[in-house]
Design a protein around this ligand. Sequence first.
Ligand code: PRP
Ligand code: URA
Length: 217
Amino acid sequence: MTATRHPQFPNLIVFDHPLLAHKITLLRRTDTPKKVFKELIDEISTLMAYEVTADLPSEACEVETPLERTAGTHVHGARITLIPILRAGLGMVEGVMRLLPTMRVGHIGLERAHDTLEPSDYYFKIPPDPEKGHFIVTDPMLATGGSASAAITFLKRSGAKSIRLMCIVAAPEGVAKLASDHPDVPVYSAVLDRELDENGYILPGLGDAGDRLFGTL
Ligand code: PRP
Ligand code: URA
């Protein structure tokens, strides 16, 4: 897997891997059925999670092999919390947790108004002691950036300090908004698309991720 800082957006880490590119191509197709769409979001999330978690803290420990005691490494999964932005962010949870099942999961419910594109919140539940943990916010789509920025603002208000954003398709407008509102938050995206259309949809994009995941088209 190759994940590198984008030359134009220092807050953005983008991926360059043929398997990811292949799966994103399938995800974009209009005729990809709901079941396959969901599986692709899940698989892409697992592939990305390897890099998104690369700099999270680990501790030295000892392990008993059948032959002797040796040095090992332990990652405290319970200190890492996934925060899916409802609804579409939910589709990424299992894929990330496959690599570290002891992670906790918080939820932030946000909905973007179709006319103003402004996000409003309807749910917020995260584990206690947020200042001690590491947070990975998941949402497959970063369009205007309004939803992700609001979710991160809510998290910071609750005390969270170590936050990263994991999305699958990002628009330059959303990445720029995150750089301006939350310059301390790295944004991991499988791909950076061209632009937004007049309705705030990402081009070329994949349409409405929540609707395609949950069959509410
Ligand atoms: C979509 C998507 C993001 C948001 C991105 O959610 O899942 O959360 O839009 O757009 P933005 O960057 O311009 O804020 P939506 O509000 O449609 O809700 P849903 O997940 O329930 O479909
Ligand atoms: N939300 C989506 O689901 N898709 C877009 O293209 C933009 C926002």
